[in-house]
Each structure stands twice: as C-alpha cells, then as structure tokens.
Design a protein around this ligand. Structure first.
Ligand SMILES: CC(C)(COP(=O)(O)OP(=O)(O)OC[C@H]1O[C@@H](n2cnc3c(N)ncnc32)[C@H](O)[C@@H]1OP(=O)(O)O)[C@@H](O)C(=O)NCCC(=O)NCCS
Length: 138
C-alpha cells in the first residue's frame, strides 16, 4: 500500500534511501531531507508498511505567479505503478493557484507530462556538476 502526504512529519534521513539514481555526485539522504524542507511544496509517496519514502516531488515558488517543479523521482523498484503520475497530479493541483508551473525534462518524458495536461516548451539551463551533491550547503 502507498500513502501520499504533503508534509515531512515523522520523516528522517533514514526514510530517504535510494534516490538520485544515476547521479554522479548525488546528495546524501540528510541533504535530501534539507531540500525537501526548504521546498515550498512537497508531496511524498510512502510505503505504508516500512514508512519509507518511495517517491517524491518538490516545487519552489515566488508565492504570486510562478512555480517550478524541481524534482520528481520514484524508486526504481516501484516505478511503472502509477506513483509518478499520482505525485504529479497532486503537486499540479497545489500549483494550480499560480499562473505558471514549469519543469525541465528529457524528450522521452514529454508524453508522461502531456498526459497530465502540461505542454512542451523550450527551456534553457545551467548545471554546476561540482555543486550537485549540495555538500557545501550542509
Ligand atoms: C519519471 C518517473 C518519475 C515516472 O514515475 P513512475 O511512477 O514510474 O510513473 P507512472 O507509473 O505513473 O507512469 C505512468 C506512465 O508514464 C509513462 N512513463 C513512466 N516513466 C517513463 C519513462 N521513464 N520514460 C517514458 N515514459 C514513462 C508510461 O507510459 C507509464 O505508463 P505505463 O507504465 O503503462 O507504460 C520515474 O520513471 C523516475 O523516477 N525516473 C527517474 C527520475 C526522473 O527522470 N524524473 C523526472 C525528471 S523530469
């Protein structure tokens, strides 16, 4: 069973193992917890038996017009069970009070987001790989 929550109550770094798959310089679970706390909006998918987080989505916002969906990830062993879709549905509902809800994704995921009512646009990004772990911000 999976339950969805929009707060970090009772969540510790120990409940956050296994994320940032494939990242060369990933954040630690403690840094992950910190970025969840610092986000304006968060939705977690939690395994009801273990209490561990199996998926999460975060968004940041100026509180007036714009919001940006910064992270979405479902643990590899729990993918393709509708969890990512449900996390997105819930965060988009929360962000529907804003004019803008944006994210950046790779081309193969466009269909996933289109089905949720989003539309493709061109984006521009900067990535500082030496800051990827967030370690200096610990
Ligand atoms: C993208 C991601 C969050 C999707 O989560 P999920 O729980 O597996 O997604 P769902 O089960 O809700 O998927 C619903 C549908 O979306 C599509 N889909 C899901 N993941 C996809 C992927 N990686 N590539 C292409 N289509 C995908 C499929 O059509 C899927 O339906 P199907 O299983 O019947 O084929 C998950 O694959 C993930 O964590 N990936 C790694 C991190 C990532 O890429 N995050 C997004 C950053 S923009």
């Amino acid at each position: 069973m999976v339950r969805y929550v929009e707060s970090l109550e009772n969540i510790t770094a120990r409940n956050l193992r296994g994320f940032f798959v494939g990242w060369p310089n990933p954040p630690s679970p403690a840094t992950h917890l910190k970025l969840l706390k610092n986000s304006d909006h968060v939705v977690l998918a939690i395994d009801s038996v273990s209490g561990n987080v199996i998926g999460f989505v975060t968004a940041i916002s100026d509180g007036v017009l714009s919001s940006y969906i910064s992270f979405l990830e479902v643990l590899p062993g729990r993918q393709r069970q509708g969890i990512g879709q449900e996390l997105m549905r819930r965060i988009l509902r929360r962000l529907s009070k804003y004019y803008m809800a944006d994210l950046i994704c790779d081309k193969p995921l466009e269909a996933f987001y289109t089905r949720l009512g989003m539309r493709a646009a061109t984006g521009m990004i900067v990535r500082n790989i030496n800051r990827q772990s967030g370690r200096d911000q610990d």
